[in-house]
Ligand binder design. Structure first.
Ligand SMILES: [Zn+2]
Length: 343
């Protein structure tokens, strides 16, 4: 589709050039040239360079806000990206709207984290009549040896023994891979390859965008590593297992989580056990998340008699907040909160 439209644009440019060549000396012909120019503008606005949901651009659906950001970085002007799980919602518990199902029915690419993060994405081909849609499961492009089994939020998470093996179900791994910028690089490569398959004509654009963004991720990774090296108390408890890979990457310790299963609130007994564990290990910080009710985290702070503080880390980001409207911003904002809380 995009080939034909672009050739149309080229043809118009040649016609304009022809008109200009033939009547260069006659001032009246300027009017013709201007008219032709306006016509070309009108037509080209309709085929490939203009605004949102342009028919010349690829329609890309992404499961979560960070994935949508990755998809925009790799796609640049060639894509219109829609995020399926809106800011403030959790991918673990979200359900698609009918409007989103309609978007998916016309999408060129669906890019997800996979690893069981978004249960709604699993049966998407059965639920949408769009067999041509290219599915990019970016988290599952990461080598298994770098994945961590779900539920191994602490000690085991750093052992080789807990690493993934061939044949293991992908949804048995912890899905929060994007929060390690080094793992995010694999995800960018997967998105790039998906775009190149869906739109081979613009392969070089996607290759260039991906290479540039990977450099930014590498810079971010260096920056975070340098900052967090000075943190004195490296232990924390988080709301759910969001920070498993981040902690592993930067030598922090996620010693426990409030909700083993996101969306399932802990019992009074579980909270008491967690507080006891935190006391014995000297953990002073609980990281809550904007997508979940902070009640349980506050209960822990109370139970600890003021020994524990609750801070908010955002694993998803929010396009409506300037401090977290891109993945890079969101990560820097989180690192600032971690530095303040653990220093
Ligand atoms: Zn999560």
């Amino acid at each position: 589709m995009s080939t034909r439209l672009k050739k149309g644009g080229l043809w118009l440019t040649r016609v304009m050039q022809g008109i200009l060549d033939k009547c260069r000396v006659r001032a009246t012909c300027y009017a013709v040239a201007v008219l032709a120019g306006m016509l070309a503008l009108v037509l080209s606005a309709g085929c490939g360079t203009g605004g949102k949901n342009d028919p010349g651009r690829m329609k890309v659906a992404a499961d979560i806000v960070p994935m949508a950001d990755f998809c925009r970085e790799v796609g640049g002007d060639m894509v219109d990206v829609e995020v399926m799980v809106p800011p403030g919602a959790s991918p673990h518990t979200y359900e698609l709207t009918t409007g989103q199902m309609r978007f998916l029915a016309e999408a060129d690419v669906l890019a997800t984290v996979g690893l069981g993060l978004s249960p709604w994405a699993e049966g998407i081909f059965a639920n949408t009549d769009n067999p041509d849609m290219i599915l990019v499961v970016a988290g599952e492009a990461i080598p298994r040896s770098l994945l961590v089994r779900a539920g191994e939020t602490h000690e085991g998470a750093q052992d080789e023994e807990s690493a993934g093996e061939e044949g293991q179900e992908y949804d048995s791994y912890d899905p929060h891979v994007w929060l390690d910028p080094e793992l995010a690089v694999y995800m960018i490569v997967a998105i790039r390859d998906g775009y190149m398959e869906a739109d081979p004509e613009n392969a070089e654009v996607y290759r260039g965008n991906a290479a540039r963004y990977i450099e930014e991720l590498e810079e971010l990774d260096r920056e975070i590593g340098e900052e967090l090296v000075s943190v004195s108390n490296r232990k924390f408890v988080s709301f759910h297992s969001s920070w498993t890979y981040f902690a592993r990457r930067y030598g922090l310790e996620q010693v426990g989580v409030i909700e083993e299963q996101p969306g399932k609130e802990p019992s009074v007994g579980e909270i008491a056990a967690l507080v006891e564990g935190m006391e014995s290990q000297g953990v002073k910080v609980v990281f809550a998340e904007p997508q979940f009710n902070p009640r349980a985290a506050e209960a822990i702070a109370e139970e600890s008699g003021g020994e524990v503080v609750v801070e908010i880390l955002d694993p998803l980001g929010d396009p409506n907040h300037a401090a977290a409207d891109t993945y890079l911003e969101m990560m820097r904002q989180n690192v600032a909160v971690i530095m303040e809380a653990l220093k």
